[in-house]
Design a protein around this ligand. Structure first.
Ligand SMILES: Nc1ncnc2c1ncn2[C@@H]1O[C@H](COP(=O)(O)OP(=O)(O)OP(=O)(O)O)[C@@H](O)[C@H]1O
Length: 283
């Protein structure tokens, strides 16, 4: 990639006090271009699954959506990834630089507050802790991308307003989280993710309190699905997720078995969607 463009983008990042620089080189080389100087902000390099980056900055592996490289979508995914990993926040400015098309490169300045999904997450704080929300989205994207034991997985996490949610649901199997210590029930602790992924294979949904403690897995939502308006093609679990988010103050994060798309529900509506960046599994 053009050295001048990289220099310019880092100057802009410096000037506007950006909290990160996201570089999307596409097919262009960036080896060595960003290693010569110290920067006052983190730099994230977006590469595709097939590409290798051997520099010193953090790498985000994000697949191009569709046939052609789509700079805007990759940039949005990268912002989302930086956000759920706690590297940037709502209110921050981010500079992006990269290959827009084969011959065109560009620089953009992005205000994280403009992102509808991140704004919704931000506005959900008060109902659900922000660290909890970040952890669940990060985990859900991993489940959508990896599935379990070579199989695609569909599941959902119903978070917050838990007594209301519990009263509108029942166990399908014995609750594996009953009488467990707080430590093993905490979704914010990555050490618990393997177990959560294991339980995501069982039918039903996870119920969590607003601090991210899992109260139950394998839970069936008995909710009224009348007047739920979500895109046709989404099945019973997605409808139930929308319904419970309408009847209670819970925020719901679902993972679709087909396609691995992660959706977020609030007040009966889908407020955001995250495509799996790299789908390892056959659909
Ligand atoms: N109200 C509900 N509460 C909990 N689980 C449910 C509910 N309704 C359906 N499910 C479970 O969701 C699973 C998938 O059902 P369905 O295919 O209709 O959902 P979907 O919305 O299309 O989700 P996916 O894309 O993940 O398959 C079923 O195994 C079913 O047991």
């Amino acid at each position: 990639m053009d050295r001048k463009l990289i220099e310019k983008s880092s100057e802009i990042a410096e000037e506007i006090d950006a909290s990160a620089l996201i570089v999307i080189p596409g097919e262009k080389e960036i080896e060595g271009l960003l290693e010569e100087k110290e920067y006052s902000f983190p730099i994230f390099i977006v590469t595709s699954p097939e590409k290798k980056y051997s520099g010193t900055h953090e790498e985000f592996k994000i697949s191009a959506r569709g046939e052609t490289q789509n700079f805007a979508k990759q940039f949005q995914d990268a912002v989302m990834m930086a956000y759920v990993k706690g590297k940037v926040d709502v209110g921050d400015k981010i500079v992006g630089v990269g290959a827009i098309e084969d011959e065109a490169t560009g620089i953009l300045v992005y205000n994280v507050y403009e992102d509808p999904l991140l704004r919704s997450i931000h506005e959900s704080t008060g109902r659900v802790g922000i660290d909890t929300m970040r952890a669940i989205l990060d985990l859900a994207v991993e489940i959508g991308r990896e599935g379990r034991e070579g199989k695609a997985i569909g599941t959902a996490f119903v978070v917050g307003d838990s007594s209301e949610v519990m009263s509108r649901s029942h166990q399908l199997i014995l609750n594996p989280y009953k009488c467990q210590d707080d430590e093993v029930r905490d979704v914010k602790n990555h050490q618990n993710w393997e177990t959560i992924k294991e339980f995501s294979q069982i039918d039903g949904v996870f119920i969590l309190d607003e601090d991210g403690k899992i109260l139950s897995a394998g839970r069936y939502l008995s909710v009224d699905s009348d007047e739920i308006d979500i895109p046709s093609g989404l099945g019973a679990r997605h409808v139930a997720c929308a319904s419970v988010s309408k009847e209670t103050d819970a925020i719901v994060v679902s993972v679709a078995k087909s396609g691995g798309v992660v959706r977020m529900f609030k007040d009966g509506e889908i407020i955001g969607e995250v495509e799996p960046r790299v789908r390892i599994l056959p659909v």
